[in-house]
Every structure is written in structure tokens, then in C-alpha cells.
Design a protein around this ligand. Sequence first.
Ligand code: SF4
Ligand code: F3S
Length: 107
Amino acid sequence: MTFVVTADCQHCRFTDCVAACPVDCFHADADMLYIDPVQCIDCGACVPTCPVEAIYDEGSLPRDQQRWLAINAERASVLPVIRKAEAPLPGAHARAFQRGQDPLRRP
Ligand code: SF4
Ligand code: F3S
């Protein structure tokens, strides 16, 4: 089992999740993050840290997000690890608010 970053991370990239991970399994490109399923220890610590609820347990992936399981594995295998949180992408907060989410709320 692994956890999976899904579509709502795209163009947002809040990176709060990175600091929660005890085993450095987040990898990044300019657009979003991906979880390495080989490294992930299924602790779930990253889930509540994401302000846009983009991270799911593999077993709880919504039907329309299933493709992200393979995408995370493929992208994580070729991208560098990200260990420190960075500023979200421009417009990330506005996009989250448009979806009815409050990215300023923290667990
Ligand atoms: Fe890291 Fe745990 Fe999230 Fe897996 S479930 S990505 S090990 S914080
Ligand atoms: Fe993406 Fe959420 Fe992490 S937006 S970078 S999965 S905190």
C-alpha cells in the first residue's frame, strides 16, 4: 500500500506535506508532488497537512483519481526528492477557494 498525490495538487503545490513525511518519499516537479510507493510506509501523516486534501490512501482513491497511482510511481522514480516546504505556486490559494476549500485552515 502507499499514499497517492492527486489532481488537486496540480498548479497548487502547497508542500506542507513534505515536512510531515518521516521517510522523504515526496518527489517534485515544477507543477506538483508525487509519492514514491516503494518508500512510503503508509503512516498517513501527510494527509491532514494538505490544505486542499490532495493526498489519499491507495485503497481510498476516488474512481476518477485512480490514474494517479501509476503517475505517482512513474514520476517519483525520475524526479528529485523534496525535503523542505516551499512557497505554493502563484494562484494556489485562489484556486483552492474556488473549489470551496480553505487553504488557510490548518489541522
Ligand atoms: Fe510519507 Fe507517511 Fe505520507 Fe507515505 S503516508 S508519503 S510515509 S507521510
Ligand atoms: Fe500538493 Fe497538498 Fe502537498 S497541494 S504539495 S499534496 S500539501
